[in-house]
Design a protein around this ligand. Structure first.
Ligand code: UN1
Length: 503
């Protein structure tokens, strides 16, 4: 990008500069350079987008699933063809190292493939009836206008988690991309334009929280899909929850754990923990910030994990040898730094502190990046510390030593308000089964990192991590209504429950 152009919103099949005068810049978090200038959406831009979407709904819903999916297949091919280029854009705009930038695009086309392929699958159920002449079905209908609010950390994949199924099911969409990744938003909107999707079916308004709130609060929106911070998600869920007929599916953060039992293979344990804690610089909602390790293997695990945390490479995310890129923005660097300082005040035992990188660790030309390295400490799992219970969203990791059996480990695992992802590392099937059945999470992993979910599994959490699934295959529940459809194939009115039909 980096051109003189100011990039617009995409509303009703047109690129429009909207009603506001303000613009904002996308910043490369590894260098601080500007990647482009974008219009900042206003309430009135959202209003226009919602009006266009409402108008488009009647015709769009009358197309078949298969015809609607055709537009998505175009986008699927486009995502594949532009894999390298788009992967680089993701990396430049959100700072994830390059294999992650590309994986984000891959995850997006997986989601589109799932949604468009699903157009040809059976929908609903054929249900038996008490009365032989009656046919009974559960059918699905689109809910209408779906408002999508997506985060910066998966700027290509998550928008498709929200939008692909919603569109194939016959809904229309108003989308606000994250303000940190408008360039990815721009490219996705261009793909929709090129697909020839009817005007108003897909609309994008760039901007900040005020534009997002305008989407959430408008009564024309039937479903709000949100992926992002717990703070915003809970606000959305409670606002929308008070409006009859409106629905919100929100997937939020986590304070995710990996349990390493005395029966663990320690190579698998260290590898899984390093991937889960440091990939994406800890900025996945599924990243692990708590490692619950049995006393029998604690010392060896600690020595190996700490060694890796000290040496893991932080640097230019476009360089394929880099393991961790920068944090997304300055404000986030401040937040992570504050949590690292808080941990010290809470008197934990700090094992690795790379809050400030040494000058020679920062690649030339990247001095303005938002750099941070791993921060690792050990703490008492039974103490009610803020640093071991609040989500940091960075490479801030607690080692929590436990003794006893798997029941004790799972009790510690479940001792947070969140419940998104968790993993157990063990070679013992009884421990694995116990974890699978008792870990309070939506995504449970055995002998794997707790990042890297695939799109055809449900993706969502329990407790403070979510209500509903704004993502992957379960999103269908949030974007469709169920109708119980019953048809009488005789001239007689016969009632269920033995009710007399005599008049
Ligand atoms: C997120 O962290 O916000 O499971 C989403 C994963 C990815 C999605 C993460 N497929 O790690």
């Amino acid at each position: 990008m980096v051109s003189d152009e100011v990039y617009n919103h995409y509303i009703d099949g047109e690129w429009t500069d909207g009603s506001g005068d303000e613009t904002f810049e996308s910043e490369n978090p590894a260098t601080g350079e500007s990647l482009g200038e974008f219009r900042r959406g206003t309430e009135s831009d959202v209003d226009e987008a919602l009006a266009a979407a409402e108008d488009a709904f009647e015709e769009w819903r009358d197309l078949s699933h298969i015809d609607r999916a055709e537009y998505l297949w175009d986008i699927y091919h486009e995502l594949k063809e532009r894999h390298e280029e788009l992967g680089e854009v993701v990396t430049k705009e959100c700072g994830k190292e390059i294999s992650e930038g590309k994986a984000d695009v891959t995850e997006a086309w997986h989601m589109v493939e799932w949604a468009a392929g699903d157009a040809r699958h059976p929908k609903g159920d054929v249900v038996p009836s008490e009365i032989p002449a009656k046919d009974a079905y559960m059918r699905r209908k689109p809910r209408g206008v779906v408002g999508c609010i997506t985060p910066w950390n998966f700027p290509v994949a998550i928008p498709f988690w929200h939008m692909a199924v919603a569109l194939v099911e016959g809904n229309v969409v108003v989308w606000k991309p994250a303000e940190q990744t408008p360039w990815c938003g721009q490219i996705i909107a261009e793909m929709f334009e090129e697909s020839g999707i009817p005007d108003g079916v897909f609309n994008m308004v760039q901007g900040f929280g005020d534009a997002g709130s305008a989407v959430v609060e408008d009564s024309r929106v039937d479903t709000v899909l949100f992926t992002g911070s717990a703070e915003v998600g809970h606000e959305i869920a409670s606002k929308v929850g008070g409006e009859p007929g409106k629905l919100a599916a929100c997937e939020m953060g986590g304070k995710n754990n990996i349990v390493v039992t005395e029966k663990a293979d320690l190579d698998v344990a260290v590898h899984s923990a390093v991937m889960s804690s440091f990939k994406t610089t800890g900025q996945r909602c599924v990243s692990s910030e708590r490692l619950v390790v049995h006393e029998d293997v604690y010392d060896e695990f600690k020595q190996r994990f700490v060694e890796t945390a000290r040496n893991v490479s932080v640097g230019d995310p476009l360089d394929s040898d880099t393991f961790m890129g920068p944090l997304i923005e300055d404000g986030h660097k401040e937040k992570v730094t504050e949590y690292n300082e808080l941990a010290e005040r809470e008197d934990v035992n700090v094992l690795v502190d790379r809050t400030e990188l040494d000058d020679d660790e920062i690649p030339a030309g990247h001095e303005d990046g938002h750099w941070v390295g791993p921060f690792v400490y050990e703490a008492d799992p039974h103490e009610d510390l803020r640093c071991t219970h609040e989500e940091v969203f960075g490479p801030h990791v607690a080692l929590l030593k436990y003794s006893g059996d798997i029941e004790d480990a799972v009790e510690i695992h479940n001792d947070t308000d969140y419940g998104l992802a968790g993993a157990i590392i063990s070679e013992d099937y009884r421990q694995i089964n116990y974890f699978r059945d008792h870990a309070e999470v939506g995504l449970a992993y055995g002998n794997l990192p707790c990042i890297g979910a695939e799109v055809h599994l449900p993706f969502g959490g329990v407790k403070k991590s979510g209500n509903g699934y704004p993502s992957a295959r379960e999103v269908i529940e949030a974007v469709t209504e169920r109708t119980a459809w019953t048809l009488n194939n005789s001239k007689d009115i016969q009632m269920a429950q033995g009710l007399s039909a005599d008049i």
